[in-house]
Design a protein around this ligand. Structure first.
Ligand SMILES: [Zn+2]
Length: 136
């Protein structure tokens, strides 16, 4: 089910809570909402649809992917870039990393850990920031 996008900075600045099995439908809603906004958006965090849970969905090099409780364990190769956000107007300057080691729970709630790089890594960093209440 597609959900409405939240644009309140106050709400977006509140960190999200640990996700559980109850949040699996939410992960699907994020994938649906991402698909509905595919022309303007490459990633979403649950607080962007008003639910303060640590769930994200993003475009993984052409394949939609959802993560529960993602965290970035390691990062290498800092660079400066400008990013947009569906919840905010315009673009903003930020520091990102070329390669990141991410730990998360998949849609079977199994823990996964692997490196992502480039554009996908940048999207994940943006969405994990959202989970932590950080806006670029
Ligand atoms: Zn954003």
């Amino acid at each position: 089910m597609e959900r409405q996008i939240v644009k309140s900075k106050l709400a977006l600045r509140m960190p999200s809570e640990e996700a559980t099995a109850d949040d699996l439908p939410l992960a699907q809603d994020l994938l649906d909402t991402l698909a509905a906004h595919a022309h303007e958006c490459v990633g979403l965090a649950a607080n962007m649809v008003g639910i303060r849970k640590r769930v994200i969905a993003f475009d993984n090099a052409g394949t939609p992917m959802a993560m529960l409780n993602p965290s970035i364990l390691e990062k290498t190769g800092a660079y400066e870039t400008d990013e947009g956000c569906l919840s905010l107007p315009g673009t903003r300057h930020t520091t990102r990393y070329q390669r990141i080691l991410v730990r998360w729970q998949d849609l079977s709630l199994a823990w996964q850990e692997r490196w992502f790089e480039g554009w996908t890594a940048q999207i994940i960093q943006h969405e994990v920031d959202h989970c932590n209440g950080i806006l670029i």
